[in-house]
Ligand binder design. Structure first.
Ligand SMILES: [Zn+2]
Length: 431
């Protein structure tokens, strides 16, 4: 490592001996069920795998309880969640104290496998054509393996960057949670920059969107009267008109002028229907007229938007629709947010020192200019940057199938992500 070596070539050298270890960590994490379904989450087994891995490299590691967030009084806390036994893991590669610090933040929780058809077990960790399959492989155990691989490489070679390098694995990111990252920021460390290695196809995402999931529906009719009285009141057909109202919002949001970061997107602020419910088709449900009908709507928001203000306009419009509808006028709609307050987006200016350093380091490490883009989803970046003032960007592996069957991550891109993260940390933290 001569004085002319770039951080990118140093990072490659430092990581080369850890190749198999990083793939092993990724495989073990994917084979470990860390599903979270609110109010609970099973991150503990994955955090234990991670802690053992870090300790085998002698990395300074801490696992701490997150339950204190519930009584923290922070505006973003989800009071309905149970954090007992759910611990965050923090790993530190201490610097000499003369440079800027950086934090890698990833989440250990995954969504459940869902009801779609998987080719193999969701916990297989099977490697096929360079793709490692399993729930959470892409979202975001690939990113976790990369960021902790970078920390272990520093420790293994006894490298002290100028500033501290932190890597944390948090709980409760899915389902609009944010509780793990909130606990992490209240617990510490404070850092000068943050990178979240969510799957970004190895592009640098400088922005993320806000989001809200709302169940809107109606309970109407008398279940006891069906098949025994002539009068049947049902919200099923009115649900069609409710979907028509949702469609007016799909159209309305398409007319919003996008922020710079989302100008290239076909649909910069999507409104999506995630589920529609009015009885079930499987035969556990007797033929009967539904008494409840509902739609689950996912609104996303530009970083510059105030989600609560947009939702206030949505609710006013829903109230108008309800007043004018022959059925809902007499059978009022319910409005149930899945989490509250909504998630906020974030945007890091392209000329911010962290963005500039990262783009330069990543391009060097990848051997081609890294594409700068924006994330098509909300994540914990809204918390780290908007609530805690830490400049944040996203960069992570290639893959597909997040929240869907046959999720996979490309293993080579996990290793390449580790190199990019380490190169950027060396450059950013240099004294
Ligand atoms: Zn994720």
């Amino acid at each position: 490592m001569g004085s002319f070596s770039s951080s990118a070539s140093i990072a490659k050298e430092l990581l080369a001996p850890l190749r198999d270890d990083i793939i092993r960590l990724l495989t073990e994490l994917v084979r470990t069920d860390t599903v979270a379904i609110p109010p609970e989450g099973k991150e503990a087994a994955g955090q234990a795998v991670l802690v053992e891995f870090l300790r085998s490299f002698g990395v300074d590691t801490e696992a701490y309880e997150t339950a204190f967030v519930t009584t923290s009084g922070h505006r973003a806390v989800r009071r309905d969640r149970d954090y007992s036994g759910r611990r965050n893991v923090l790993a530190v590669a201490a610097g000499s104290g003369r440079g800027r610090s950086v934090l890698f933040n990833g989440h250990m929780d995954t969504v459940p496998p869902g009801h779609g058809k998987w080719t193999g077990s969701p916990w297989s960790g099977t490697l096929r054509d360079g793709r490692l399959f399993g729930r959470g492989s892409f979202d975001m155990k690939g990113g976790l393996a990369a960021q902790f691989g970078a920390i272990c490489a520093l420790r293994k070679h006894g490298i002290r960057p100028g500033g501290d390098v932190y890597a944390e694995s948090v709980v409760d990111e899915e389902w609009g949670g944010g509780g793990g990252t909130l606990a992490a920021r209240l617990h510490g460390p404070k850092s000068d920059a943050c990178l979240i290695p969510e799957g970004t196809q190895m592009e640098a995402a400088l922005a993320s969107r806000g989001g809200a999931v709302i169940d809107i529906g109606c309970e109407a009719g008398d279940a006891a009267a069906y098949f025994s009285s002539g009068e049947v009141v049902s919200p099923a057909i009115p649900l069609g008109r409710l979907l028509g109202w949702v469609d007016t919002w799909v159209a309305k949001r398409k007319t919003v002028k996008p922020d710079e970061a989302y100008r290239q997107f076909d649909d910069p602020v999507p409104v999506q229907v995630l589920a529609i419910e009015a009885n079930r088709f499987d035969l556990s449900e007797p033929y009967s007229v539904p008494v409840t009908a509902a739609v689950r709507v996912y609104f996303q928001f530009l970083p510059s938007e105030d989600p609560e203000q947009v939702l206030a306009a949505v609710r006013a419009s829903l109230a108008d629709f309800e007043r004018q509808d022959p059925f809902f006028r007499d059978h009022p709609l319910f409005w149930k947010p899945a989490y509250d307050p909504p998630l906020v987006g974030h945007a890091l200016a392209a000329d911010h020192p962290w963005a500039r350093t990262f783009v330069e380091s990543a391009s060097e490490a990848m051997g081609e200019p890294v594409k700068v883009t924006a994330a098509p989803y909300p994540c914990d970046a809204g918390l780290t940057q908007r609530e805690f003032g830490i400049p944040t960007l996203l960069f992570g592996p290639r893959g597909a199938g997040a929240h869907n069957p046959d999720e996979y991550v490309e293993v080579e891109s996990v290793l390449a992500t580790a190199t990019v993260l380490l190169a950027a940390a060396l450059d950013w933290c240099a004294a």
